[in-house]
Design a protein around this ligand. Structure first.
Ligand code: MG
Length: 269
């Protein structure tokens, strides 16, 4: 018997094009998954308001995970904004930590420092989407000014203060000590309970902040980007899309669905 499939996907640079944020090329695979009633769970550094808006446009009805694993929302969250589960830290506490880091001499600027026009400039988002992206609850994305050593020291001090600095495709995200992998596991377990069945998880990503999610899933997919893919410690059931963004997403998903239908994908635990 085939196992119940769950798809967890990063958005920027993975399901959405890195530059124009389009998902058109992934529509055939998304339709296929919808037909098979496979939940497509966005697991992203984006905010609640950004994902809720995209869900409506993409007609996705599934729970979603925001701000790098910080919070999990149910499929109908747009009605109430109530979370299913929170792993992350409050943004006000994160901003207090960042103020201390600035006093120590670290140089950076983030969403909290930027005007709406600067957010647009740094993200390439349009005005409405930039506004949604600025409504953050659990993380602060920033651009770090400094050399590799300074950045490593910043990351180390942030961790010892009880937070985490994770590198995404554009920004270094400062957040609570949670990641996309912990959130994936939490939600996959909920589904297993609800379905009373074994679930098989597929995770797709393109950046360092996707590593934990790709380590935690049964099937890991790297979507092509300009740089080489980050290293995973696992080797089994790791796939590489040969095209970037939604084009790669669509191709690899068609391939994985075929493998799944013929029973060739397995759970790893
Ligand atoms: Mg990405």
């Amino acid at each position: 018997m085939t196992k119940h499939l769950l798809v967890f996907t990063d958005m920027d640079g993975t399901l959405l094009d890195h530059d124009d944020y389009s998902w058109d090329a992934a529509k055939p695979a998304l339709a296929e998954l919808q037909k098979a009633e496979v939940p497509v769970i966005c697991n992203t550094s984006k905010t609640f308001h950004e994902v809720a808006g995209l869900h409506r446009q993409m007609n996705i009805k599934a729970p979603f995970i925001v701000e790098n694993g910080s919070a999990i929302y149910p499929a109908e969250a747009h009605k109430s904004e109530e979370t299913l589960h929170i792993n992350g830290a409050k943004r006000a506490d994160i901003l207090r930590h960042l103020a201390k880091m600035r006093e120590k001499g670290f140089e950076f600027s983030g969403f909290n420092d930027w005007t709406q026009a600067q957010i647009i400039e740094h993200t390439g988002l349009n005005e409405a989407d930039a506004a949604k992206s600025g409504q953050r609850d659990f993380s602060e994305p920033l651009l770090f000014n400094g050399n590799t050593e300074q950045k490593e020291e910043f990351i180390r001090l942030t961790e010892s203060a009880g937070y985490l600095a994770l590198q995404g495709g554009r920004f270094l995200s400062v957040q609570g000590q949670c990641d996309k992998g912990v959130a994936l596991k939490w939600l996959a377990q909920k589904y297993a309970q609800q379905w009373q069945a074994e679930v098989l998880t597929i995770a797709l990503g393109d950046s360092e902040n996707d590593v934990a999610m790709l380590e935690a899933a049964d099937v890991a997919v790297w979507i092509k980007r300009d740089k080489a893919a980050p290293q995973l410690s696992r080797t089994e059931q790791v796939f590489f899309a040969t095209e970037k963004g939604p084009v790669g997403w669509n191709q690899i998903m068609a391939h994985l669905l075929q493998l799944h239908q013929s029973g060739k994908l397995k759970t790893l635990r």
